[in-house]
Design a protein around this ligand. Structure first.
Ligand SMILES: [Zn+2]
Length: 144
């Protein structure tokens, strides 16, 4: 599988201000064996089928490995409120603060069907995440 060219990766990372574009955690605070990744918002398979450029930055997002792993090749999920199919959050065409509401508790709420669906699909409110987000809010305001 071809990899993202370094210049493109640097651009995507810089554009995201070195944060996961889904859960908004800073790359510098993420400690894991696997680093942050450049993620295809639109899965490679769909880009190929449409004859689109795989590494065009407009199809890419900067993601922590956890969000990327939960998202996988999904483009849609189920809105937990309406139970209807709904697209996942697209960092290239939507604004995080329009779709999500960060709570003082450290939880991320979905403000819209897209936000609710993405929050559930990417499991944005695991206990560890909530506790770390709360600590970030109270310590340094580096989140979201
Ligand atoms: Zn993330």
């Amino acid at each position: 599988m071809p990899t993202v060219p370094k210049a493109t990766r640097d651009l995507v990372k810089s554009r995201a201000k070195h944060r996961c574009e889904y859960c908004r955690i800073p790359e510098a605070e993420f400690v894991a064996a696997v680093g942050f990744q450049v993620e295809h918002v639109t899965p490679r398979k769909i880009l190929r089928a449409r004859g689109l450029q795989l590494f065009d930055p407009k199809y890419l997002a900067f993601s922590c490995p956890r969000c990327n792993s939960f998202k996988g090749t999904q483009t849609h999920g189920t809105d937990p409120q309406s139970r209807l199919q709904c697209p996942l959050y697209d960092p290239r065409s939507q604004r995080w603060h329009h779709e999500f509401l960060p709570m003082p508790s450290g939880h991320i709420l979905g403000k819209t069907p897209v936000g609710r669906t993405t929050k559930d699909a990417l499991k944005l409110n695991t206990l560890a995440d909530v506790l770390l987000n709360r600590a970030r809010l109270h310590a340094c305001q580096k989140w979201p």
